[in-house]
Design a protein. Structure first.
Length: 220
């Protein structure tokens, strides 16, 4: 007798939470995410379909494989994963579970997903993030990004949170978590302040580079 899992037919797609690293394509035209575990080698977009990470031809999620997207039911549990050293630079994703899924006690393994919201943690210095900047590592064809404040961008390849959302597309919302130890400010004001601070940081960097070029010109 073949064992069959019970089937659910929800009226609305289930939602869940997971963590991932934001990534930017090498040519700077696409933005997405890459997982922190098995699927880390396969960057995905806001709306994506899972593939078997072992290269098998079955559809994900397969009952006898561990392929497919993964998420947990509880937001606090996903936030807890950000406490580990290897996941400090990851972001928290609110996702909608689409297509076939397998329900577990703590979450889902599923075929398709839509990322609704990405919450970016504070910069390593503790200031609220204004941008996602080159994290110094990546995958073939993709640069990993991490939270950065205007003072810590230091001329690295970077995108403001709003620019990352626009590049990722499909209605993605990106927001910054409050600075360490501070209360959250109004979202509209926070976004404007972050954009202005990032522009000022870039202007200061360009002025510094221009001054160095002028100094070299006078010496030559």
């Amino acid at each position: 007798m073949r064992y069959r899992l019970p089937e659910e037919r929800p009226t609305e797609p289930p939602t869940g939470y997971k963590i991932a690293h934001p990534v930017l394509s090498q040519d700077g035209t696409r933005a997405g995410f890459t997982g922190v575990s098995l699927g880390g080698s396969l960057p995905y977009g806001v709306l994506a379909e899972a593939r078997c990470v072992y290269g098998l031809r079955h559809r994900a999620p397969h009952r006898r494989c561990d392929c497919g997207f993964h998420c947990v039911h509880d937001r606090a549990e996903a936030e807890g994963l950000l406490c580990t050293a290897e996941h400090r630079a990851a972001v928290l994703l609110d996702v909608r579970v689409l297509g076939t899924y397998i329900r577990f006690e703590r979450g889902f393994r599923y075929a398709r997903q839509r990322v609704l919201t990405a919450t970016v943690g504070p910069c390593p210095c503790g200031t609220a993030a204004a941008a996602l900047a080159d994290a110094g590592w990546g995958r073939p064809g993709w640069r990993a990004l991490a939270a950065a404040c205007p003072g810590c961008v230091h001329g690295r390849t970077s995108l403001s949170l709003a620019a990352f959302a626009r590049l990722a597309g499909d209605g993605l919302r990106v927001r910054a978590a409050p600075a360490a130890g501070s209360a959250p400010a109004g979202p509209a004001v926070a976004e404007l302040v972050a954009e202005a601070a990032l522009l000022q940081a870039r202007l200061d960097w360009f002025q510094t580079q221009l001054a160095r070029l002028e100094e070299r010109g006078t010496q030559g």
